[in-house]
Ligand binder design. Structure first.
Ligand code: SF4
Length: 412
């Protein structure tokens, strides 16, 4: 069975008599989560048919509908959601700052690799703005650091160098040989200094020049380097700067990048809906402009939804995305809010319509795309309401979000 607790999509999960085996604490909590919601319209419990009918009416009447999320939905639901969006002229925002980097990877503007390739070949691993020990707990043991691989037979003590670059000393930094603390808001200066050091120039910077030169030297010597790009990197550095850094690193060694985000199927929807709100700006940095490719431009990262952007919509459909948790001020927004989610969320509490659905990989089978682009089957761990199912006994069966989308599609 496959865990959909994060984008690592671990496939060795067992569930017996209510006990989840092999999953990390995040995965076990995700699989066992029973905070289900009831179908609701205007904060009153209704039948699921009434909730779907009301949602369809709101969407049909909307002049500027906007869909948010879909990163926590199976691919089949995403496809139905895109069809619905096209039919009613809605925009889709994945609400993830990783969308831009995924777009660059899908278009081969930066080099990437698969997780098994990281395990087999990676000797230098950078965790930049990422703390996988707390967000993807099995990444280090499964692929990125501890396991022996085809060309990495001597284990992490000899074969791998892990480096953490972050604004704070994360838990992941505790296993890293190199730790670089970023001054908050000055990620781009660190990247500029690193680019200069890679060109054998001594950077004049707020950071320790010697340390930056040492880092550049380590990166240049890498046989197969991998950057795990967390939110701390993609939220604070323009896309163009990441592309230029990757270009420069690949002049000396073989360097790949993998985005590290949590929504388990973000890669699939991001490939369908590439960065929708990318604005073109000119970043005047000291990075290697000669290596910049024209068609990539210098783009600001796709931002999380802002109140201003949300206020332009008159109907928001949140699919597996907790808007109010990301942006608390959104709770009193004028737009109607429809929530489709397996579990109770802050957004569900203040939504106009709530439609509960089955959770992908838990009580709903489907497919998803892992963070490295590999398509993974998601068998159903257990049917809801299954007699004698232990943790699920007595729980009413839930409708799949793909079925809900299709019914909305027919109704609008
Ligand atoms: S690392 Fe992610 S996919 Fe693997 S068990 Fe933990 S939460 Fe689930």
């Amino acid at each position: 069975m496959t865990c959909t607790g994060c984008a690592l999509l671990c496939e060795d999960i067992d569930v017996h008599d209510g006990e989840v085996r092999h999953a990390c604490r995040i995965g076990a909590a995700h699989i066992l989560n029973r905070q289900q919601i009831d179908p609701m319209v205007n904060h009153e419990v209704v039948s699921i048919d009434d909730a779907i009918r009301r949602a369809a009416a709101l969407l049909a009447d909307a002049e500027r509908p906007m869909f948010l999320g879909f990163g926590n939905s199976v691919t089949e639901t995403q496809a139905a959601g895109v069809r619905l969006a096209e039919k009613i002229g809605a925009g889709i925002d994945t609400c993830s700052t990783h969308t831009g980097l995924i777009d660059d990877i899908v278009h081969s503007w930066v080099r990437t690799c698969t997780l098994p390739e990281v395990r087999d070949y990676a000797d230098v691993i950078l965790f930049w703005g990422a703390d996988p020990m707390n967000t993807h707990p099995r990444l280090l043991s499964g692929y990125a650091y501890y396991p022996r691989g085809k060309n990495r037979q001597h284990g992490w003590e000899e074969d791998r160098t892990a480096i953490a670059i972050d604004v704070r000393r994360s838990h992941t930094a505790s296993i890293c040989k190199g730790v670089y603390e970023i001054v908050p808001g000055r990620n781009i200066e660190f990247m500029d200094a690193l680019m200069l050091a890679l060109r054998n120039k001594v950077p004049k910077t707020v950071y320790d020049s010697k340390q930056i030169l040492k880092l550049a030297s380590t990166l240049k010597k890498a046989e197969f380097g991998v950057i795990f790009a967390g939110p701390g990197l993609v939220e604070s550095v323009p896309r163009g700067a990441i592309i230029r850094l990757m270009d420069k690193l690949n002049e000396f060694s073989d360097f790949r990048i993998l985005p590290l985000y949590s929504p388990y199927n973000l890669r699939s929807i991001a490939a369908v809906k590439p960065a929708a709100t990318v604005t073109t700006t000119t970043t005047d940095t000291a990075t290697d402009t000669t290596a910049a490719r024209e068609h990539q431009g210098d783009c600001t990262p796709t931002s999380k939804p802002t109140l201003a952007s949300l206020r332009e919509a008159d109907c928001l459909l949140c699919v597996g995305f907790d808007l109010v948790s990301s942006l608390p001020q959104a709770h009193d927004i004028d737009a109607s809010i429809i929530v489709i989610d397996p579990n109770k969320t802050l957004t569900a509490v203040c939504a106009d319509v709530v439609i509960p659905c089955a959770a992908g990989g838990v009580d709903l089978a489907g497919t998803a795309v892992r963070m490295d682009g590999v398509e993974i089957d998601l068998p159903c761990i257990m049917e809801t309401g299954q007699a004698g199912a232990g943790i699920w006994a007595g729980t009413p069966a839930r409708m799949s979000d793909a079925s809900i989308m299709k019914r909305l599609l027919e109704a609008v």
